[in-house]
Design a protein around this ligand. Sequence first.
Ligand code: MG
Ligand code: ZN
Length: 214
Amino acid sequence: MKKIRVVESVLKANDANADANRARLDEAGVVCLNLMSAPGSGKTTLLQKTIPALAPVACGVLVGDLQTTRDAERLSEATSDVVQINTGRGCHLSAAQVSNGLDELDLAKLDLLFIENVGNMVCPASFDLGEHFRVALLSVPEGADKVAKYPTLYSNANAILLTKTDLVDILGFDTDLVKSDLARINTAAPLIECSPQTGEGLDSWHDWLRGLCS
Ligand code: MG
Ligand code: ZN
């Protein structure tokens, strides 16, 4: 009988790279967060507001997008430690891509590293990048049903941010539905309601981040 060769699973190979990234970050004393959400939920805007507010905590960003350096350009106003990773057709960041990004940063001078993942609610949740904490965003215009529809993203998160809360009343957003859906799949992660545009609620997010650094 012909022997069938099986290539090691993509996820298993990714996990080995992720563990190496985490060891490298631990060695440098950098706390790393993986930010995941749909496109347009406000990841970049959130980081633009967060990085200056956290000073003197030194923050760097690895930002993933299929194309363009637009997000890195926006973030470069807040920190010089920004690297854009273009994935081409790739719909998520891999640990190997993050490893290449880490090569471009001076980790010794950073306290916090944010990885802004490619905007996508599905596969980023399955790829460990070597982060210490996972943050999932849901923006009000996306609709209150998304926690139940994309449970993998929200069940594995260490913190969940409901963003664009300035639109709750305008859009008739059902925040209670989000809370009851989260109660079924993730009771450990705090739900932080905020508007990066207006600044409302960002203090809780910044306090949560400072708690990770101490
Ligand atoms: Mg972005
Ligand atoms: Zn993908």
